[in-house]
Ligand binder design. Sequence first.
Ligand SMILES: [Zn+2]
Ligand SMILES: [Zn+2]
Length: 176
Amino acid sequence: MESRLSWHEYFMKVASVVSERSTCTRAHIGAVIVKERTILASGYNGAPAGLPHCTEVGCLVYVSRGPDGEEEENCYRTIHAEINAIAQAAKHGVRIDGADIYITASPCYHCVKTLANAGVTNIYYGRPYNLHRIAELIGQAHVNLIYVPLPEEKANLNAEPNPSPDPKTAVERGKE
Ligand SMILES: [Zn+2]
Ligand SMILES: [Zn+2]
């Protein structure tokens, strides 16, 4: 008998498919906002509608420095997947208070802040990305961060003798 996808696996897989629409050459990220097992909105990272895409004109990379002094590179041209999902919900008047979000990678600091204030309860992420940068914020904001490995991540984890990270742990250091 074939094993059926769990709801977590299902929504993370949908987020992964959504990420395939991304137009940023640096990273392909997908997000779906879910409430009561229903998808309310989705988003992927890319330039705003009407503007040229990174895939056409290249990324607009800038370097910024966080309060801890750590430098990071981002694409100035694009909107993050999570924010695009929130924008889609806002555009269509869909209430997302109390909803959850599935994102193929853990969110950046700015997206966590916005998700918290949009009323999102649980943030499920498929791949750790600089988790140490958001650990303190997650501890303070009224939002939970939960690891739901992407299908391909799961295969990697199973291949390793000592599977990690712990699904409930938000504070371990993200893979670069
Ligand atoms: Zn880009
Ligand atoms: Zn972000």
